[in-house]
Design a protein around this ligand. Sequence first.
Ligand SMILES: [Zn+2]
Length: 364
Amino acid sequence: MTESRCNKCGALAGPLEWRCGSCGGSLDLVNLPAFDASSIKTGDFSLWRYRAMLPLECRFSLGEGMTPLVPAELDGARFHAKLEYLNPTGSFKDRGTATVLNHLAAYGVGDAIDNSSGNAGASLAAYAGIAGMSATVFVPAATAVESKKKLIRSFGGAIIESHDYLADVYAAAEETTYASHAWSPYFVLGQQTAAWETWEQLGRRAPDAVATPVGHGGLFLGFYRGFKTLHDAGLIDRLPRMIAVQSAGVDPIARGWETGSETPPAIKPAPSVADGILVDMPVRGQQILRALYDTDGFALRVSNADIEAAQQQMQRRGFMIEATSAVTAAALERIRQRIGEDAELVIALTGNGLKSLAPSSASA
Ligand SMILES: [Zn+2]
């Protein structure tokens, strides 16, 4: 049976606990079903085609997952783009939110909270809506983007603006269920389906390398663990090199990798246009670094100017992505230098740029 276990001290945790009650460490799922290719429901064009590999009942879905994988080229550099921004609420978060909330719904949870700069909050609000739950999202008063706050409200979510939103959400988590995209092991589980889809879309092969933006690293670890599951099942013979891309202002993983450290260093965040990955202390930072070392991967940082230029270039190429999602494109030339011209590269395009094109308003 699948259970939650602390990845620091090994203690078992209850199904609704969001961190280890003994040491405060983050939780992982153990005894997950093995990947069985013959049990993919090929007639289901959402991530629930993998329901045999998910220890969950699907009570509700917005059709998340099965995003396109598109061959593309930028300045002569070829790649496959995994269009995660085409998920129901416009970001990759929907995979993990769907699995987290289906898990919580099985335990009768009626109210859920999270902290978010925008995308995770919008996703929580939308899925709470179909789950019949209330959603409250703590957003950073200083940096939350108006259009994303509007989106959260449009989906029926409540917003609490806070100057210390982490402290406030941790306090609120004493009373209400914390459906955290950073902490919940069911969130990373949902992200694993992106790897399984990519494997199917490439003709049941793994690419040579996968690059994602990294804040808390949910999608990054989902790809890594998803491919690891396929490797454990004997369906691929090696793991793709994992590539973490961060904004130059907020780059604890890049700094940790550069020094060969096991733990990301404490940093002083600088302003960044990549509002979706402004995470100075990623909850699973050690696991992200281990995934880099385990796959001969690497971490890069890109400047605000390069992110903005890459976003414009990608949008003109037809990819309507937000600034955060452009960090991998901004790093493309340096990625190619490291992996070679012929290596098969997948980059995840994580968030929809239409959200930041929407006209802003003071309140909704
Ligand atoms: Zn522990």
